[in-house]
Ligand binder design. Structure first.
Ligand code: AGP
Length: 612
């Protein structure tokens, strides 16, 4: 995700843009830039936060009353000054900012290179921009017409603001699958990724729809057109949200916002990688090392915390679907226990931030022993991403809440696709099972959306759990790592001591803990272990424990024994963590909130542990 802001009107644009970028910085913060338009175009852009851009610009007098600004969350091309937005087209006339992913940018880039275009950056945005220039020059079109033709050629998600320095009285915007809001002031117009940079000037907004183009003209006002170039009646709405709420998109905490973003972020992770219609999974990074993956005698997965839990699910996935031995290691242990690393071993590093010191150090250690390092990372261009031989970004966007939620489901989605890809390639997955699992995985985003509907029930359960000081989470098979993750979520934001266990382990000790003061969350969505989990629930009830069972829709038997039953959609067992984790995220959030904890910044924790 990136933050986009544009302005045209009577004020000095620079102040409006910088204020707006600071409001949007939660959407991305690895580099930032502004372009100002009057008789000339002035552009500043830099790696780093918005404040570093501001320092770089200093107290220059900038009087232009039109311009655009961008704060980046890199998807293509690592964070640096050149890849920062805005970008300028080949002939220097057009300037553009972009939020989204152009999936077919490499094909478009090859065609433009053949037509004499050159590129300064590694971004998909610059390709998109030069395609617009190509249409404008070839057909001698005005900017909206050239943009409209280019939009027919690009595949992917975009929210853009573009301008032609030869006509500084007009900004043009377009959106598809990435949000854009137009602000309607008095003879001044705004554009933003959300209303955050706009509401301090006007509460009159237009929420652009997919495939629409907006023309913000200093003299003629705002015109909205659809993909057929037909003028649309502006749908002006009045919003009452306060600034601070808008930064969280109307949610009370970033964590809750990120929990609810998961249908979109899981879909973003799959975009261009999983095709249910044609029946394929493609991961560019793994294709590069296809032979090494196929011949690997084992895969080592390394990570910390939630990323380690995702890695444990990866073990179950790769062994189940691709029949390759996997070892999951806490990165901090891997780096110090003098492990046996053989030539040809593949080490997969799982990390949201890409900056975790233990994981980074473990990778440097195994790399020195000759292992191939594959990254499953969220932060583009991060240290871990740069250290790996290849990798796949999970495209979850910036995760602000310290407790990881959408990054976890992004990691597990990526690992699910990786195991499918490898199983198919090695022939350990029949074609029919491969196709069936692709269809099951493709349904997960909408099933997550469906699962989120249990929130009201979770709120009630949470209200009954706020005074407990301990909790157990039990799961079997694919849900054992989810039990660990659910317990981590609860302990790190509510400070309740929680432990995750394989359900069958109860009788080997933990059952001694069960009494009326011990709530037990049982993850019982896997069909293959349902009866055994039912027995585990009965064991807990026999000792007066409180049971919260998370089950697949239609599971009736458990209702006779559990105190609370949370029903969620059914999916193929390998993908059940992507759904069963959602109620545990919501439960930990609502318990912590009721306990008055600082949900987004829990005590003693940091979002990225960059020290040992
Ligand atoms: C997760 O909720 C925690 N905040 C923490 O365990 C985190 O997963 C761990 O520090 C690893 O971080 P990384 O994914 O950025 O490497």
């Amino acid at each position: 995700m990136c933050g986009i802001v544009g302005y045209i009107g009577h004020r000095p644009a620079y102040q409006v843009l910088m204020q707006g970028l600071k409001q949007l910085e939660y959407r991305g913060y690895d580099s930032a830039g502004v372009a100002l338009l009057n008789s000339t175009m002035t552009l500043f852009k830099k790696k780093g936060k918005v404040s570093q851009l501001e320092d770089f610009i200093g107290d220059q007098k900038l009087t232009a009353t039109a311009g655009m600004g961008h704060t980046r969350w890199a998807t293509h091309g690592e964070p640096n000054d050149i890849n920062a937005h805005p970008h300028v087209s080949n002939n220097g006339n057009l300037v553009m900012i972009h939020n989204g992913i152009i999936e077919n940018y490499s094909v478009l880039k090859e065609a433009l290179l053949r037509n004499g275009f050159t590129f300064k950056s590694e971004t998909d945005t610059e390709v998109f921009l030069n395609l617009i220039e190509a249409f404008q020059d070839k057909e001698n079109l005005d900017l909206p017409e050239a943009l409209s033709l280019a939009l027919d050629k690009v595949v992917g998600a975009y929210a853009i603001v573009i301008a032609d320095k030869r006509n500084p009285d007009v900004l043009v915007a377009a959106r598809k699958q990435s949000p854009l809001v137009v602000g309607m002031g008095e003879n001044e117009y705004f554009i933003g990724s959300d209303a955050t940079p706009i509401v301090r000037y006007t509460n009159k907004v237009i929420y652009m729809k997919d495939d629409e183009i907006a023309i913000l003209d200093r003299h003629n006002g705002v015109t909205i057109k659809n993909s057929k170039n037909q003028v649309q009646k502006p749908r002006i709405e009045e919003i009452s949200l306060k600034i601070e709420e808008l930064e969280k998109g109307g949610y009370e905490h970033f964590m809750l916002k990120e929990i609810h973003q998961q249908p979109q972020t899981v879909s973003d992770c799959m975009r261009g990688r999983l095709n249910d219609v044609e029946g394929w999974v493609k991961l560019g990074g793994m294709e590069e090392y296809a032979v090494q993956f196929e011949n690997a005698q084992r895969i080592i997965i390394a990570g910390c915390g939630t990323s380690w839990h995702a890695g444990l699910i990866g073990e179950y996935l790769f062994e189940d679907l691709a029949r390759v031995p996997v070892e999951v290691e806490y990165a901090s242990e891997l780096r110090y226990r003098n492990p046996v690393i053989r030539e040809g071993d593949i080490v997969m590093a799982i990390s949201q931030s890409g900056e975790t010191a233990d994981t980074l150090a473990a990778l440097e250690h195994v790399k020195s022993k000759g292992a191939i390092i594959y990254g499953v990372v969220n932060a583009v261009g991060s240290s871990i991403a740069r250290l790996t031989d290849a990798g796949s970004y999970i495209h979850s966007g910036p995760e602000i809440g310290v407790a990881s939620t959408k990054a976890f489901t992004g990691q597990v989605t990526l690992l699910s696709m990786a195991a499918l890809w490898l199983g198919h390639r090695k022939g350990t997955l029949s074609h029919s099972r491969y196709r069936n699992l692709i269809s099951e995985l493709a349904k997960i985003p909408e099933q997550i959306a469906e699962t989120l509907k249990v929130e009201d029930q979770i709120k009630y359960i949470a209200s009954e759990m706020t005074d407990y000081n301990n909790s157990l989470y039990l799961g079997r098979g694919y849900n054992f790592p989810v039990a660990l993750e659910g317990a981590l979520k609860l302990k790190e934001i509510s400070y309740i001591h929680a432990e995750g266990y394989p359900a069958a382990e109860m009788k080997h000790g933990p059952i001694a803990l069960i009494d009326e003061h011990m709530p037990v969350v049982v993850l019982a969505t896997n069909q293959s272990a349902y009866d055994k989990l039912l027995s585990n629930i009965m064991e807990v009830k026999a000792r007066k424990g409180t049971v919260i069972a998370i089950v697949s829709n239609g599971a009736k038997e458990i209702r006779k024994f559990a105190d609370h039953v949370i029903e969620i959609p059914t999916t193929a067992e390998p993908f059940s963590p992507l759904l069963s984790v959602i109620p545990t995220q919501l439960l930990s959030y609502h318990i912590a909130r009721l306990r008055g904890c600082n949900v987004d910044q829990p005590r003693n924790l940091a979002k990225s542990v960059t020290v040992e």
